[in-house]
Design a protein around this ligand. Structure first.
Ligand code: SF4
Ligand code: SF4
Ligand code: SF4
Length: 165
Protein backbone atom coordinates (compact mmCIF):
# COMPACT_ATOMS: atom_id res chain seq x y z
CA UNK A 1 0.00 0.00 0.00
CA UNK A 2 2.76 2.40 1.06
CA UNK A 3 4.78 1.46 -2.00
CA UNK A 4 1.82 2.20 -4.30
CA UNK A 5 1.31 5.60 -2.71
CA UNK A 6 4.99 6.45 -3.13
CA UNK A 7 4.91 5.37 -6.78
CA UNK A 8 1.84 7.54 -7.45
CA UNK A 9 3.43 10.52 -5.67
CA UNK A 10 6.60 10.04 -7.72
CA UNK A 11 4.61 9.93 -10.94
CA UNK A 12 2.72 13.09 -9.98
CA UNK A 13 5.98 14.92 -9.19
CA UNK A 14 7.50 13.78 -12.47
CA UNK A 15 4.47 14.99 -14.41
CA UNK A 16 4.66 18.40 -12.70
CA UNK A 17 8.34 18.69 -13.58
CA UNK A 18 7.62 17.87 -17.24
CA UNK A 19 4.84 20.48 -17.36
CA UNK A 20 7.06 23.17 -15.83
CA UNK A 21 9.92 22.38 -18.22
CA UNK A 22 7.60 22.34 -21.23
CA UNK A 23 6.20 25.72 -20.26
CA UNK A 24 9.71 27.19 -19.99
CA UNK A 25 11.20 25.67 -23.09
CA UNK A 26 8.46 26.04 -25.67
CA UNK A 27 8.50 29.36 -27.58
CA UNK A 28 5.75 31.88 -26.77
CA UNK A 29 2.66 31.34 -28.92
CA UNK A 30 1.42 33.75 -31.57
CA UNK A 31 -1.27 35.06 -29.22
CA UNK A 32 1.30 35.91 -26.58
CA UNK A 33 3.45 37.75 -29.12
CA UNK A 34 0.36 39.58 -30.40
CA UNK A 35 -0.41 40.69 -26.84
CA UNK A 36 3.10 42.07 -26.40
CA UNK A 37 2.85 43.89 -29.73
CA UNK A 38 -0.58 45.27 -28.88
CA UNK A 39 0.73 46.64 -25.60
CA UNK A 40 3.11 48.85 -27.61
CA UNK A 41 0.41 50.28 -29.89
CA UNK A 42 -1.43 53.53 -29.04
CA UNK A 43 -4.93 51.97 -28.67
CA UNK A 44 -6.54 54.75 -30.66
CA UNK A 45 -8.45 52.18 -32.74
CA UNK A 46 -8.36 54.51 -35.75
CA UNK A 47 -7.93 51.74 -38.35
CA UNK A 48 -5.38 53.78 -40.30
CA UNK A 49 -3.04 50.79 -40.29
CA UNK A 50 -5.51 49.07 -42.62
CA UNK A 51 -6.86 46.79 -39.89
CA UNK A 52 -10.05 47.41 -37.86
CA UNK A 53 -8.14 48.17 -34.66
CA UNK A 54 -4.91 47.78 -32.74
CA UNK A 55 -5.54 44.14 -31.81
CA UNK A 56 -6.05 42.87 -35.38
CA UNK A 57 -2.99 44.83 -36.51
CA UNK A 58 -0.94 43.27 -33.70
CA UNK A 59 -2.16 39.82 -34.72
CA UNK A 60 -1.20 40.49 -38.35
CA UNK A 61 2.31 41.58 -37.30
CA UNK A 62 2.67 38.50 -35.09
CA UNK A 63 1.63 36.27 -37.98
CA UNK A 64 4.17 37.93 -40.26
CA UNK A 65 1.45 39.39 -42.48
CA UNK A 66 2.03 43.10 -41.75
CA UNK A 67 4.98 45.45 -41.54
CA UNK A 68 5.70 47.31 -38.29
CA UNK A 69 5.52 50.78 -39.90
CA UNK A 70 1.76 51.09 -40.45
CA UNK A 71 0.62 52.99 -37.34
CA UNK A 72 0.60 56.78 -37.93
CA UNK A 73 -0.40 57.74 -34.35
CA UNK A 74 2.41 55.62 -32.94
CA UNK A 75 4.96 57.17 -35.27
CA UNK A 76 8.69 56.46 -35.19
CA UNK A 77 8.74 55.67 -31.46
CA UNK A 78 6.29 52.77 -31.85
CA UNK A 79 8.24 51.44 -34.85
CA UNK A 80 11.42 51.52 -32.78
CA UNK A 81 9.79 49.63 -29.90
CA UNK A 82 8.28 47.04 -32.22
CA UNK A 83 11.63 46.55 -33.95
CA UNK A 84 13.28 46.04 -30.54
CA UNK A 85 10.65 43.53 -29.46
CA UNK A 86 10.63 41.52 -32.67
CA UNK A 87 14.27 41.83 -33.71
CA UNK A 88 13.26 43.44 -36.99
CA UNK A 89 14.89 46.34 -38.83
CA UNK A 90 13.53 49.82 -38.17
CA UNK A 91 11.48 50.99 -41.16
CA UNK A 92 10.29 54.48 -42.07
CA UNK A 93 6.67 55.23 -41.19
CA UNK A 94 4.29 54.66 -44.09
CA UNK A 95 2.97 58.22 -44.33
CA UNK A 96 0.42 57.30 -46.98
CA UNK A 97 -1.76 55.80 -44.23
CA UNK A 98 -2.86 59.03 -42.52
CA UNK A 99 -1.88 61.46 -39.80
CA UNK A 100 -4.02 60.69 -36.74
CA UNK A 101 -2.45 62.06 -33.58
CA UNK A 102 -3.26 62.23 -29.87
CA UNK A 103 -1.99 65.80 -30.01
CA UNK A 104 -5.23 66.87 -31.69
CA UNK A 105 -8.93 66.58 -30.91
CA UNK A 106 -12.04 66.95 -33.01
CA UNK A 107 -14.15 70.08 -32.62
CA UNK A 108 -17.61 70.63 -34.11
CA UNK A 109 -18.66 74.02 -35.44
CA UNK A 110 -22.03 74.47 -33.76
CA UNK A 111 -23.20 77.06 -36.32
CA UNK A 112 -22.93 74.56 -39.17
CA UNK A 113 -23.86 71.25 -37.51
CA UNK A 114 -27.22 70.04 -38.86
CA UNK A 115 -27.67 67.28 -36.27
CA UNK A 116 -27.61 64.43 -38.78
CA UNK A 117 -25.93 62.15 -36.23
CA UNK A 118 -23.70 60.48 -38.86
CA UNK A 119 -20.56 61.18 -36.85
CA UNK A 120 -21.74 59.41 -33.68
CA UNK A 121 -21.63 55.74 -34.76
CA UNK A 122 -18.19 56.00 -36.37
CA UNK A 123 -16.44 57.25 -33.23
CA UNK A 124 -14.67 54.25 -31.68
CA UNK A 125 -14.49 55.82 -28.22
CA UNK A 126 -17.97 57.39 -27.95
CA UNK A 127 -16.52 60.89 -27.77
CA UNK A 128 -19.37 62.58 -29.68
CA UNK A 129 -22.62 63.42 -27.95
CA UNK A 130 -25.86 64.56 -29.53
CA UNK A 131 -29.17 63.30 -30.86
CA UNK A 132 -30.88 63.78 -34.22
CA UNK A 133 -31.77 67.36 -35.11
CA UNK A 134 -29.60 68.89 -32.39
CA UNK A 135 -26.11 70.31 -32.37
CA UNK A 136 -23.46 67.70 -31.59
CA UNK A 137 -20.34 68.15 -29.51
CA UNK A 138 -17.08 66.34 -28.81
CA UNK A 139 -15.98 65.31 -25.33
CA UNK A 140 -12.36 66.31 -25.80
CA UNK A 141 -11.07 64.23 -22.89
CA UNK A 142 -12.30 61.10 -24.69
CA UNK A 143 -11.29 62.08 -28.24
CA UNK A 144 -8.16 60.38 -29.55
CA UNK A 145 -7.83 62.48 -32.71
CA UNK A 146 -8.40 59.44 -34.92
CA UNK A 147 -10.04 61.46 -37.73
CA UNK A 148 -12.74 58.85 -38.35
CA UNK A 149 -15.58 61.35 -37.84
CA UNK A 150 -14.36 63.82 -40.47
CA UNK A 151 -15.38 62.02 -43.65
CA UNK A 152 -18.98 61.11 -42.70
CA UNK A 153 -19.94 64.73 -41.88
CA UNK A 154 -21.99 66.02 -44.84
CA UNK A 155 -21.41 69.70 -44.06
CA UNK A 156 -17.73 69.44 -43.20
CA UNK A 157 -18.18 71.08 -39.80
CA UNK A 158 -15.71 68.92 -37.84
CA UNK A 159 -12.10 70.03 -37.58
CA UNK A 160 -9.11 68.69 -35.75
CA UNK A 161 -7.52 71.27 -33.49
CA UNK A 162 -4.55 71.13 -31.14
CA UNK A 163 -5.46 69.49 -27.82
CA UNK A 164 -6.04 72.09 -25.08
CA UNK A 165 -6.24 74.90 -27.66
S1 SF4 B 1 -3.18 52.80 -36.83
FE1 SF4 B 1 -2.25 52.37 -34.83
S2 SF4 B 1 -3.67 53.25 -33.34
FE2 SF4 B 1 -4.76 53.10 -35.27
S3 SF4 B 1 -5.85 51.10 -35.13
FE3 SF4 B 1 -3.92 50.77 -36.20
S4 SF4 B 1 -2.50 50.16 -34.60
FE4 SF4 B 1 -4.23 51.11 -33.58
S1 SF4 C 1 -14.48 62.50 -32.01
FE1 SF4 C 1 -13.75 62.00 -34.07
S2 SF4 C 1 -11.51 62.24 -33.94
FE2 SF4 C 1 -12.30 62.11 -31.84
S3 SF4 C 1 -12.15 59.94 -31.31
FE3 SF4 C 1 -14.22 60.27 -32.08
S4 SF4 C 1 -14.11 59.80 -34.28
FE4 SF4 C 1 -12.00 60.06 -33.53
S1 SF4 D 1 -21.92 64.53 -38.95
FE1 SF4 D 1 -21.49 66.73 -38.90
S2 SF4 D 1 -23.48 67.70 -39.20
FE2 SF4 D 1 -23.88 65.58 -38.69
S3 SF4 D 1 -24.19 65.62 -36.45
FE3 SF4 D 1 -22.03 65.15 -36.81
S4 SF4 D 1 -21.01 67.15 -36.74
FE4 SF4 D 1 -23.20 67.55 -37.00
Amino acid sequence: MLTGTLVLAGLALGLCAVLVLTDRLLPAGEDSVAEQIESLLPHIQCAQCGYPGCRPYAQAIAAGDADINRCPPGGDETIRRLADLLGRDIAALDTSLGSASMDRVARIDEQDCIGCNRCVPVCPVDAIVGVHQTMHAVIEAHCTGCELCLAPCPVDCIDLVPRNA
